[in-house]
Design a binder for this molecule. Structure first.
Ligand code: AP5
Length: 206
C-alpha cells in the first residue's frame, strides 16, 4: 500500500504516519524529518534549506524531489510506503504523479487529517515548550498555516478529482484518530489483513 499524508502542520502526520507504518509494516518517509536530519548534520542540503524551514516556507522543489525519490527507493520490495509531507503544492503533486508513476511508485491513497487552526496552534506551541523544534514558535506556526491554506490545501481537490482522497477527523484523541485512520485504510484496501493488537495476542495466548 502506498499512502501519502496531506494535512496541516500539527494535524498528526508524524504521529499517525508512525502508527500506519508500524501497523502495516511499511517504511515511513517523512520529509520534515529528513530535512531536520540534514540541518542537524549541517550537510550542504541542510544549509540550503535551513532558512526556509525556520521561516515556515516551502523549500525549493528540486531539493525536496531528490529527497523523496531517494527516500522511496526500494519501497516496492517492502510493500509500499507512508509518505508524510509530500506533495505540498500542485506542482509537487504533478511531479509526484509523473516521476513516481514512472518508478511504479504512484500513491494509491491520500490521507487527509482534518484539524482546525486553533488546535494546530495549541498543539505546536505545547510541543515548542517541550522540544527544541525551531519552527514551533507562534510567528512561524502562523506562517506554516498560511502556506498550508494557500499552497497545500488545493492539492486536496487535485486528489479528490482522482478519487484517491480519504479524510479523517483529527480533532479527536490520538488513539481515536488512529482507529479511524486504520479503519479507513483497511476499508480502502481490503486485501490488507489487520494485524492483531498486542492485547489480542496476549489474550489469545491465555
Ligand atoms: P514538517 O516537519 O512536515 O512539519 P509540518 O507539516 O508543519 O508538520 P508537523 O511535523 O509540525 O506536524 P504533524 O502533522 O507531523 O503532527 P505531529 O504528529 O508531529 O515540515 C517542516 C518544514 O519542512 C516545512 O514547514 C517546510 O519548510 C519543509 N518541508 C517539508 N516538506 C516539504 C515539501 N514537500 N516541500 C517543501 N518544503 C517542505 O503532531 C504535532 C504535535 O501534536 C505533537 O506534539 C503530537 O504529540 C501532538 N498531537 C498529534 N496528534 C494529536 C491529537 N490527536 N491530539 C492532541 N495532540 C496531538
Amino acid at each position: 500500500m502506498r499512502v501519502v499524508m496531506l494535512a496541516p502542520p500539527g494535524a498528526g502526520k508524524g504521529t499517525q504516519g508512525t502508527l500506519i507504518a508500524r501497523h502495516f509494516d511499511l517504511p515511513h518517509v517523512a520529509l520534515g524529518d529528513l530535512l531536520r536530519v540534514h540541518m542537524s548534520r549541517r550537510t550542504p542540503v541542510g544549509e540550503r534549506v535551513r532558512e526556509y524551514v525556520m521561516a515556515g516556507e516551502l523549500v525549493p522543489d528540486e531539493l525536496v524531489l531528490e529527497l523523496v525519490v531517494h527516500g522511496l527507493r526500494g519501497t516496492s520490495d517492502r510493500g509500499g510506503y507512508v509518505l508524510d509531507g509530500f506533495p505540498r503544492s500542485i506542482p509537487q503533486a504533478r511531479q509526484a504523479d509523473h516521476i513516481l508513476t514512472e518508478l511504479g511508485l504512484a500513491p494509491q491513497v491520500v490521507l487527509h487529517l482534518a484539524v482546525d487552526d486553533d488546535e494546530v496552534v495549541r498543539r505546536l506551541l505545547a510541543r515548542g515548550s517541550l522540544e527544541n523544534r525551531l519552527d514551533d514558535n507562534e510567528i512561524t506556526i502562523r506562517r506554516r498555516l498560511d502556506v498550508y491554506h494557500t499552497v497545500t490545501a488545493p492539492v486536496l481537490d487535485y486528489y479528490a478529482a482522482n478519487s484517491r482522497l480519504v479524510s479523517v477527523d483529527a480533532m479527536q484523541s490520538v488513539d481515536a484518530v488512529g482507529e479511524d485512520v486504520l479503519d479507513a485504510l483497511e476499508t480502502l484496501n481490503p486485501d490488507v489483513t489487520r494485524l492483531p493488537a498486542a492485547g489480542d495476542v496476549l489474550e489469545s495466548c491465555g
